[in-house]
Design a binder for this molecule. Structure first.
Ligand code: NAG
Ligand code: NAG
Length: 485
């Protein structure tokens, strides 16, 4: 009896997981099984963090921990080498374990001498350097190991695993990638890059593959900014970090062999929001007379919070859709980024965050009008939930602020923006706002290249190690930068 109960339970569990983890892909999807695997990982992360919450762990931090761990695996897809992959992960794990043991031991009373010794080491100038070195050394070993195993640099390009330095620009942590042959030049172009992750997740680590590929293909210096994340640091903390790091680069370009007139900004998803926010800010605030940003690259950017009642949210926002980014993720992201908590998620999700009067009369509603979409994407959707006035009063200074959501910029503020590359993906809740943004920029005379990738999902450039289209799209971006900056 017990045996059969066990069999039934296991079958139910397998069936449930299969149901949760399998996404029927639309016809024509590129590498449908690869996309499905990535979507399944994302769902599994969500389920695991829900389970973690049940046993009293922090849901968001569990999710972050899993993503960091997956980021390591993904990085290793570059080299397709199991040895390198395990080696990297084991080293990272050993370092975490050591830190964990040291902090645990260091906080117990009988161990005070030990703790004191450790902190005095950290403070002494001679040792200070070594606090930055491990990750760098690890990367050098990684490059060395990959070269030994494969003979040529992985990923097919010269210098593709470009070296990097972890630095601090006016208090903001950044990772600077330099093309190896650029060491002696003084007029190189540069890109300041902001990673995605809904303002809540990720670190330049998870973007090493993307940023080093761009550095090597586009032959420019890449500054990958480790801006502060919500909800610990709600808006404008992260956005200010991005502005600070970009200004630092504009002022100190010479130190990196960079021509300050050849600096572009870029980002994906929330990072696309930040890139455009920085470009708007620096084009509007000319007090310091810094050189102008040369170009902006906005990869499936997150640009408005006025309405989640758009065809792309409608088609791709629910569970079981081929978009990795569901409507509830966006709603949660806005609540965490604006208020630093999840309290307003339900209002965003149900489109109750905007007052009825505003919906009927405000100019900004024309910025998210379906007339800006290609005719084939327009459709009638029922979203007539009444707005909550109290909530609207609370969030309107965020949601209408162009530095919070750049699609809210007035036409006159769009006009002076630099040339722009907008990339959108079809299986993406943010598809429509990307189209709207590209259209509004074109209407205002900005030099826009808009590339739409059908059959691919939000985030696919991050999987250039396993998705052919991800690799192609990333190379296209790099080639645009090579031509335009
Ligand atoms: C989650 O992690 C962040 C950053 O490490 C930390 O500041 C925060 O206290 C953590 N939250 C919880 C509830 O553990
Ligand atoms: C509007 O939102 C506030 C704050 O969450 C809530 O207290 C209030 O009951 C809501 N009003 C309506 C009419 O739903």
């Amino acid at each position: 009896m017990a045996f059969w109960s066990f069999v039934v339970l296991v079958s139910l569990l397998v069936g449930y997981l299969g149901y949760q983890l399998y996404t029927p892909m639309p016809e024509g999807a590129e590498q449908p099984w690869q996309q499905n695997k990535i979507l399944a990982f994302s769902t599994l992360t969500g389920l695991a963090s829900l389970a973690a919450e049940k046993v009293g762990l922090d849901r968001l931090n569990t999710s972050r921990a899993i993503q960091h761990w997956l980021g390591d695996i993904r990085g290793s897809a570059v080299v397709d080498g199991i040895t390198v992959r395990l080696y990297l992960r084991r080293r990272a794990f050993a370092r975490q374990l050591k830190d964990r043991v040291l902090t645990t031991v260091g906080s117990c009373e009988p161990c005070i001498p030990f703790r004191r010794e450790r902190s005095s080491n950290e403070l002494s100038p001679g040792k200070k350097k070594s606090s930055v070195e491990p990750s760098h050394r690890e990367e050098q070993l990684f490059v060395g190991g990959a070269k030994r195993l494969f003979g040529t640099p992985p990923h097919g390009e010269d210098n593709s695993l470009t070296q990097y330095d972890d630095l601090v620009f006016d208090g903001v942590k950044v990772r600077v990638f330099k093309p190896v042959d650029g060491a002696t030049k003084s007029d190189q172009p540069a890109l300041v890059f902001f990673h995605g992750g809904g303002f809540v997740f990720f670190h330049p680590n998870q973007y090493n593959l993307l940023t080093s590929t761009i550095a090597s293909v586009a032959k420019l210096v890449v500054v990958s900014v480790d801006y502060r994340l919500a909800p610990e640091h709600p808006y404008p903390a992260g956005q200010e970090d991005c502005v600070t790091a970009t200004k630092y680069m504009l002022r100190n370009a010479g130190k990196f062999g960079v021509d300050p007139n050849r600096i572009a900004v870029a980002g994906d998803s929330a990072g696309g929001n930040l890139a455009m926010s920085v470009a708007l800010k620096l084009s509007k605030d000319r007090r310091e007379n810094l050189p102008k940003i040369k170009a902006q690259v906005l990869i499936y950017p997150f640009v408005q919070g006025l309405t989640l009642c758009l065809p792309s949210f409608h088609i791709y926002g629910g569970t079981g859709s081929p978009s990795i980014l569901k409507t509830f993720h966006t709603a949660a992201g806005f609540s965490l980024y604006s208020k630093g908590n999840i309290d307003l998620m339900g209002y965003f999700f149900n489109n109750k965050h905007i007052s009825n009067d505003f919906k009927a009369n405000a100019l900004q509603m024309s910025y998210v009008d379906q007339k800006l979409l290609p005719a084939k994407y327009r459709r009638e959707i029922e979203c007539n939930a009444d707005g909550n006035e109290t909530v609207f009063e609370e969030i309107k200074h965020f949601i209408l602020d162009p530095y919070f959501t750049p699609l809210m910029a007035a036409d006159s503020d769009l006009k002076p923006l630099p040339k722009t590359y907008v990339l959108t993906a079809e299986y993406d809740t943010l598809r429509d706002e990307g189209f709207m943004l590209a259209q509004r920029l074109k209407n205002n005379g900005v030099d826009v290249v808009h590339i739409h990738w059908e059959h691919n999902f939000h985030g696919f450039l991050s999987f250039s190690g396993s998705l052919e289209n991800g690799k192609q799209a990333l190379h296209d971006v790099a080639e645009y930068l090579l031509r335009s900056v």
